[in-house]
Write a protein that binds this ligand. Sequence first.
Ligand SMILES: O=c1[nH]cnc2c1ncn2[C@H]1C[C@H](O)[C@@H](COP(=O)(O)OP(=O)(O)O)O1
Length: 248
Amino acid sequence: MEETQSSKVVDSSVAAHKCPWTPPNHPNSFVDCDDFEMMKKCPYHAAHLMLWSRDEKPFSPYRLEEIPLPMQTKILMQVRFDGSFGFPGGFVDEVESNMPSTFPEFLSLLQQGVSRELFEEMNFGKDMRPSYVYSCYPTGKEEQVMLHFFMCQLSPAQMKAISWCSIISTSDEVVGLSLVPLFTLNDGRRGLPTFLTNSFAGNAVEQLLKSILTEGILSEEEVKKAYQVAFQLLQKRGAGTQAFEFIR
Ligand SMILES: O=c1[nH]cnc2c1ncn2[C@H]1C[C@H](O)[C@@H](COP(=O)(O)OP(=O)(O)O)O1
């Protein structure tokens, strides 16, 4: 993405829909945007997609005896080349060069863009028409990127097949795939809270938690708890200053 000289197109003082999951001292906070006029002014647009499936029967992949809520839902995330977790997708250049005049046309371009990115990264879903969820932009950053989020529910069989698709993908932007652990073990820490302590690209963590809530995969209380524990774990890690002996 090239640097732009454009003046600030989003008003970062508008904190009306600030994503509830961003910790207060997080370097980037994100504001929801449903204003097409504002979107039109934004020079860069990226679209990402959550692929997910719900099995008929719960399955218990890990240490069943400790899991109070066995996983019935699979949510796919990628390990990106930079080591952070994110969803398939990327910049949609077509929008940047030719902004449509109506929101439906704009959405259609984003859908095509995110499906194309999905195919490039995972050899899957070229003609997919994912459902639009919401858009967000970061505040306090120079870059003016509007982040658009989509979801697509797959059948359990498609979800199973997809891991094979991605293994033969030639994309050098993706180094791995991961299912999100949608449970918390009895210690209150391992599972989703620990997963949330990873690095996430853009607002991927908000997109993930929002989708989990929207689809009723976990309750608001469960999500909030997991997020709070993750935040405490991150704070504790920040406090550790002692280097490992072998690298001292
Ligand atoms: O999963 C994501 N969710 C939200 N925002 C994301 C995610 N992954 C990246 N990003 C942000 C980071 C950048 O501002 C843009 C585009 O990044 P990327 O997907 O790496 O784009 P390209 O592959 O370079 O097209 O979105």
